[in-house]
Structure formats: structure tokens, C-alpha cells
Design a binder for this molecule. Structure first.
Ligand SMILES: [Fe+2]
Length: 180
């Protein structure tokens, strides 16, 4: 587990989730039958299950085939939090989660998740050149994280971040979430 201290008080971590090869084919099948759209308020062409109006009801990690993955994410988050902040028992839960599909040329503009203590992404499909997650620390302290299949990233919700353009001809597929 790599923990980055980007600037006070923001932290981020990167971890490879155990058994990711079990979950990703199930998620890819689920996406085939799930409606995706470009939501209001996003200044990019990414297709997503995110819905500003009904995000709490559309918490994809509460549905099959995501439940086991949700437990893994919460377990990893608890470990990250205890290592970073020195507390062991923390009653955090994933309150919102959504799937994003970046086709060739798609990117996501800079934004933050200001209503969440922590945010994160899990990578279902991340071909080479499909775009780094860029955590925008203060000044010149940007951190470029190249996603890999099965990688899980946590960062503080107030941290501005963006996703570079997908230069690959394959889709970049991520699952994003908010933890409070
Ligand atoms: Fe985000």
C-alpha cells in the first residue's frame, strides 16, 4: 500500500485489490445491460451511471455483482485510514458509487467531491495510455497515477483531481465512490 501525503491535510493511497480478477468480468457483463449517459453538470463526454438527482438510490456497490467488492473496498479503506491517521475502528461506509466508461478521446475535467470526506476509484479496465488520474495538490505537487486493472485509489474528497484523455482505442472503465 502506497500512501502519499500531498499537502496538509490531504492524503491519498494506492493499493491493488485482492482477487480483482474475480470481480471484473462480472462488472463488465453488468455494464452491457446497464444504461449509461452523460450527466448534467459534467463538462466532458464520459458515459456513466452517475445521476445527480438519484445518486443515493443508484449506489452500484449495493447491488450484485458488487457486494463482495464493496466489502473489499471498505476493508482496504479501514486499513488505509488506520495507517494514515492512527485509528483502527472507523464506521465509514461507501455512500455513493457509480461506473464510468471513457471511450477513446474522453477525459474528465478538474473537480472535487466536497461533500465527502474521502473519494476513490477502482479500475475495471485500464489499457495502457487510457489516461492517468491526476491529483492536484497545492502548487506543483500534482500526482499522476496510471491506473491498472484491479487498482484502488483513495483520496480526500476536497482534493481537486482530473482524468487525462484516453489515448487508447480501448475503453477505460472505472468505478468511483464517495466515503463518509
Ligand atoms: Fe472525481
Amino acid at each position: 500500500m502506497e500512501i502519499y501525503k500531498l499537502y496538509l491535510p490531504s492524503f491519498a493511497t494506492v493499493v491493488q485489490i485482492p482477487h480483482f480478477y474475480k470481480y471484473n468480468p462480472l462488472i463488465l457483463e453488468w455494464i452491457k445491460t446497464t444504461p449509461l449517459s452523460k450527466p448534467d453538470g459534467w463538462n466532458c463526454e464520459v458515459k456513466t451511471t452517475f445521476s445527480r438527482e438519484a445518486q443515493a438510490e443508484k449506489n452500484v456497490l449495493n447491488t450484485e455483482p458488487f457486494k463482495e467488492l464493496k466489502a473489499q473496498i471498505e476493508e482496504c479503506f479501514t486499513l488505509f485510514y488506520s495507517k494514515t491517521f492512527g485509528q483502527v475502528k472507523v464506521p465509514f461506509t461507501v455512500e455513493e458509487s457509480w461506473v464510468n466508461v471513457y471511450e477513446k478521446g474522453n477525459y474528465q475535467e478538474s473537480h472535487s467531491h466536497i461533500h465527502s470526506l474521502f473519494a476513490g476509484s477502482y479500475y475495471v479496465s485500464a489499457p495502457e495510455g487510457s489516461g492517468a488520474l491526476v491529483l492536484e495538490g497545492e502548487g506543483e505537487t500534482e500526482k499522476f497515477i496510471n491506473p491498472q486493472e484491479g487498482m484502488l485509489v483513495f483520496f480526500e474528497g476536497e482534493m481537486p483531481h482530473r482524468v487525462e484523455k484516453n489515448q487508447s482505442s480501448e475503453n477505460r472503465i472505472s468505478l468511483s465512490f464517495n466515503i463518509n
